[in-house]
Write a protein that binds this ligand. Structure first.
Ligand code: GDP
Ligand code: ZN
Length: 446
């Protein structure tokens, strides 16, 4: 029994169906004990009664047996699809553990799938991210990775590196003289192409990471322009303190809200302005850092008050940011306009009212996220993956110097490092620690 594990695989709450998974050598034996069925056919949905340890009826449910190795983990698996609600699922789980099966650790099913060669790390990570995907586009990207798109990139990159490596090994063994120019050029062209491809993937992953993690949207503007009101309007409930006193939103507040098919993370910043008040100052620093972290900045101006130095400060912040999307909105358009709108000529300004009408803003945001989601670019979905390709890129760059100088041993050393880094995306070389860390972050039952 000791190698057999179990967990409730569905969300822990009220639902119409819950799934309990058992994986390991004893899975089939458990299925017999709980269902009292004698003939259990692999990949067949058995509608059957389920009984607890004392042979009392628990539920009438679907039971499916996946024979090893044709299962998610590669082991014997039995799944029970019982009626929802935690009571039934918990009782089935208790029954399974009463027969000596142990509860799975978070991510243990996926870890077994990896160890049994059913999935590689890119696929495992895609599975784990899919659970939390923040948009339909993300789900599509992750589905492609589960089918091995990133694995293919890793394999092809490794092959390209190994080819260059093979060339140089041959040269080390046989060439007394200088390396012929054409061979050197062809190796360096290949490496440049790979570096460029890596740079593109890292750039696209950065630009599109919001699809998976949720786009970070920072709302900025001087005190009292209506940042908190807008946030509240978007959330349609009061989370931030709305007040007429300037500077009451002291801290930054983050909330998740759904716009179109995207879940976004909204940040309300304390008013960005110079201040002597230390608490306020901390707030301002946070605002600036939230701008740094954001994918999209919504800059608010107040239609009912004149353009002033604080507004100018906001504009200068907007001018300073790079590679971020900026949406400029003139708030309080329900009031008489005092604000000189020509100050915002550099932007396409949306006139909104946090109090009355802000649909223009949500539409603009939805368009923006949709356009970021378009395209077929390959994406790295975890910082682990990004670190690995960046390391590979550095090693490739380090390899090029000795290549030009004809120091082939050094060239070959750096290239081997690059191969290791690239390979680690799908299979880590210092496994145990990385695996525990990675799979430990998974949901229970995955
Ligand atoms: P913040 O300091 O930028 O977060 O601004 P608040 O959201 O606290 O709003 C400051 C004041 O402006 C509050 O009294 C709000 O009720 C008011 N306010 C915000 N948005 C609008 C709007 O669109 N129209 C009007 N008339 N008042 C608004
Ligand atoms: Zn506020």
């Amino acid at each position: 029994m000791y190698n057999t594990i179990t967990a409730i695989a569905t969300a822990h709450g009220v639902s119409s169906i819950s799934i309990i998974r058992v994986s390991g050598d004893a899975a089939l034996e458990i299925a017999h004990k709980i269902s009292h069925l004698e003939n259990i056919i692999p990949r067949h949905a058995h509608l059957t009664s389920l009984y607890n340890f004392n042979n009392e009826l628990i539920d009438h449910a679907i039971m499916i047996y996946f024979a090893a190795p044709h299962s998610f983990t590669g082991e014997e698996i039995v799944e029970f699809q019982c009626h929802g609600g935690m009571i039934v699922a918990q009782e089935i789980l208790d029954t399974i553990t009463s027969y000596g099966v142990r509860l799975a650790e978070p991510g243990e099913f996926s870890k077994r799938a990896f160890l049994n060669g059913k999935i590689d790390l890119t696929e495992a990570e895609a599975i784990s991210k899919l659970i939390e995907a923040k948009s339909v586009d993300a789900a599509k990207i992750l589905a492609k990775q589960m089918k091995g798109e990133l694995k293919t990139f890793v394999d092809e990159s490794r092959d390209a590196l190994l080819r260059s490596l093979a060339y140089s090994e041959v040269m080390i063994d046989y060439a007394e003289e200088d390396i012929p120019d054409d061979i050197m050029n062809s190796i360096s062209t290949q490496l440049d192409a790979l570096t460029e491809q890596i740079e593109q993937i890292v750039e696209a992953s950065h630009r599109r990471r919001g699809l998976i993690e949720g786009f970070k949207v920072a709302i900025v503007g001087k005190p009292n322009v209506g940042k908190s009101s807008l946030l509240n309007a978007l959330l349609s409930y009061d989370r931030a303190i709305v007040s007429d006193i300037a500077g009451t939103t002291r801290d930054t507040i983050e909330e998740q809200v759904r716009i179109g098919s995207h879940i976004i993370r909204l940040v309300d910043t304390a008013g960005i302005r110079e201040s002597d008040d230390t608490i306020e100052k901390i707030g301002i620093e946070r605002s600036l850092s939230s701008v740094k972290d954001a994918d999209v900045i919504v800059a608010l101006f107040d239609s009912s008050r004149p353009f002033d130095g604080e507004d100018a400060k906001i504009l200068s912040i907007l001018e300073a940011v790079e590679d971020k999307h900026i949406v400029v909105a003139l708030n309080k358009s329900d009031l008489d306009r005092v604000f000189d709108i020509t100050k915002l000529d550099a932007y396409e300004v949306l006139e909104v009212s946090a109090k009355k009408a802000f649909v223009k803003l949500t539409e603009r945001l939805e368009c923006l996220f949709d356009s970021i989601g378009e395209g077929e670019e390959l994406m790295l979905i975890s910082s682990r993956q990004i670190e690995a390709v960046n390391k590979a890129k550095i090693s490739i760059e380090e390899a090029k110097v000795p290549l030009m100088n004809g120091e082939l041993e050094f060239f070959s050393y750096h290239l081997q490092e690059a191969v290791k880094s690239i390979s680690s995306i799908s299979k880590p070389y210092d496994s145990e620690e990385i695996l525990d860390k990675m799979f430990g972050e998974f949901c229970l039952g995955k």
